[in-house]
Design a protein around this ligand. Structure first.
Ligand SMILES: *[C@@H]1O[C@H](CO)[C@@H](O)[C@H](O)[C@H]1NC(C)=O
Length: 327
């Protein structure tokens, strides 16, 4: 072997070892239901496709349903493409979230996507929230209208939980970025499971409980596919390396373009923010960036002034989106 060839071989070996020891996180990998999840409740209302890559959760008169990840994760990228129930869905809630409330009831951590059903003709609203170390008295709810109809096609919803930040994504657009340095002790710090559920929230979901679930329109079906569980399994000695890899992964890197897309989404679609809810929280939380031009669009209840006044350029205002601010 020539000196050059052996030098190249030595280099290649070093590179291979370096690659082998650095844990990687493939945020694009999807799994079959049985590879990553187990049914949680309402077993008869969980319908799995023949290839096991799509699962539908039903809510009917007898019960809702839900599934849970088979493992717990400390940090991760959790994602699913979801199609929400259509037609009259008042009182119906579809949730996609991480939590460890079963393991740490007093000091639990949680990251939420919650989809709140609506009366016919009015759009679903989406809520995101975070709890850390039992911060249940400090809800950090934000609500948004979606810039598409989430009942006609699948859209991807993702939660990135990295060491220093949580980012919620809708399709490939970041819609919320919570940094640990700002949220401090309320930032999730213990292993969590991933959950997906559909349930009857008649007392809360739609206009504060004004509209209850009407089972004449049931069963309500939420379908999940493109299931991704790119997480650092806990407990695991490689967790450090995995968390590093996750921090360097695409979803964790907030490029300028992503920050701009996030700002635009929030300007157009956010209809409630705990940061502007000075009735509930007279002193805003440390992670709240209070932008004066933005604050004037919200009432002191945290709800947005009527969306009808918004000028959204090329997109006509949707009739159903009006007056959402009061719900
Ligand atoms: C979490 O909460 C518990 C109980 O309130 C407290 O003792 C502990 O110091 C907290 N942990 C962190 C990391 O803040």
């Amino acid at each position: 072997m020539s000196r050059l060839a052996s030098a190249l071989l030595a280099l290649a070996t070093v590179a291979a070892v370096a690659v082998a020891v650095r844990p990687t996180v493939d945020v694009t990998a999807t799994v079959a239901f049985g590879e990553g999840y187990t049914p949680l409740f309402g077993f008869d209302n969980i319908l799995r496709s023949a290839d096991d890559r799509t699962v539908s959760l039903l809510l009917d008169r007898s019960t809702g349903s839900g599934f849970i990840s088979s493992a717990m994760y400390e940090h991760g990228f959790f994602s699913a493409s979801i199609k929400l129930p259509s037609d009259y869905t008042a009182g119906v809630v579809v949730a996609f979230y991480t939590s460890n409330g079963d393991v740490f009831p007093k000091t639990h951590d949680e990251l939420d996507f919650e989809f709140l059903g609506n009366i016919r003709g009015k759009p679903w609203r989406m809520q995101t929230n975070m709890y850390g170390n039992g911060s249940v008295s400090r809800g950090r709810e934000e609500r948004y209208v979606l810039p598409f109809d989430p009942t006609t096609e699948f859209h991807r919803y993702s939660i990135l939980w990295a060491r220093d930040a949580v980012v919620f994504y809708v399709d490939d657009v970041p819609v919320r970025n919570l940094r640990r340095a700002r949220a401090g002790r309320d930032f999730p710090a213990k292993p969590m499971s991933l959950y997906a559920t559909v349930w009857d929230a008649s007392n809360w979901a739609t206009s504060g409980g004004r509209y209850r679930v009407n089972y004449q329109y049931g069963p309500f079906v939420a379908s999940f596919t493109d299931l991704a569980l790119a997480g650092c399994r806990a407990p695991s000695p490689t967790e450090e390396g995995c968390a590093d890899a996750l921090a360097a992964s695409d979803p964790a890197v907030m490029t300028l373009a992503k920050q701009q897309a996030m700002r635009q989404f929030r300007e157009r679609n956010m209809v409630y923010s705990y940061c502007y809810d000075t009735r509930r929280y007279p002193v805003p939380f440390p992670e709240c960036d209070l932008v004066e031009s933005e604050r004037t669009r919200f009432k002191d209840s945290g709800h947005r002034l009527s969306l009808r006044r918004r000028r959204v350029g090329h997109r006509p205002a949707r009739p159903g989106a009006a007056n959402k601010a009061d719900m």
